[in-house]
Write a protein that binds this ligand. Sequence first.
Ligand code: ADP
Ligand code: MG
Length: 243
Amino acid sequence: MATVIEARDVHKSFGKNEVLKGLSLAVEEGEVVVMIGPSGSGKSTFLRALNKLEEINSGEIAIDGQNINQPKVNIDKIREKVGMVFQHFNLFPHLTVMENMTLAPVQLGKMTKSEAIANAKKLLDRVGLADKADVKPDTLSGGQKQRVAIARALAMNPEIMLFDEPTSALDPEMVGDVLAVMKELAEEGMTMIVVTHEMGFAKQVADRVVFFADGYIREEGAPKEIFDHPQDPRTRDFLDKVL
Ligand code: ADP
Ligand code: MG
């Protein structure tokens, strides 16, 4: 199996605040990694660094074997491969759902407009929102917005999907629909890193659970090992609070 994401000894500070203190993680093609850990520990910073939304101070991040921290790297190409879904959806409010979905593929020259529309229709159907193509995001529920955001990321045909607490801003009754879409993606073989507090999802879907705290990965393993037999006292303490 190919390693599609490789982070080696990544350091990142904001001023004096060192957030990532030598984080290393390798993710194989088709693997689903769930990342858990306390709030403010740097999980979002790490995901953002994988997409170069955040510059790291030292270490190395490779996507498909390509070091993305070299100055000459084409960041648009990297972002084509790495889709990202955020807690707060980040849809363009002035555009319809269809326009949200076709903007990037057309602007980046990945598809013609008619190809992008056909592809978007298929994806909207898949996330159960075929009838919402022409509405603006503010007419949708949170769960519907997040499913649009996932479909929009998929519209670029990414190889990797990063999810940053995709259900944290949702009313409880909306969470299941979004997790179901993510579960289906995982079953289809998408390589995914998911930051979430949904431990049920982690147990069911993750190949590997990574506990992140104090700037690096404290512990990782199969969901059963991490949840049933956590070794690190920090992991135990965290799980006591969330489970
Ligand atoms: P998590 O996602 O685990 O909650 P974050 O990655 O969002 O953690 O944040 C980790 C730390 O980095 C926090 O102390 C946060 O305040 C700080 N931080 C994140 N982004 C910035 C930024 N753009 N400027 C300054 N500090 C930041
Ligand atoms: Mg975060």
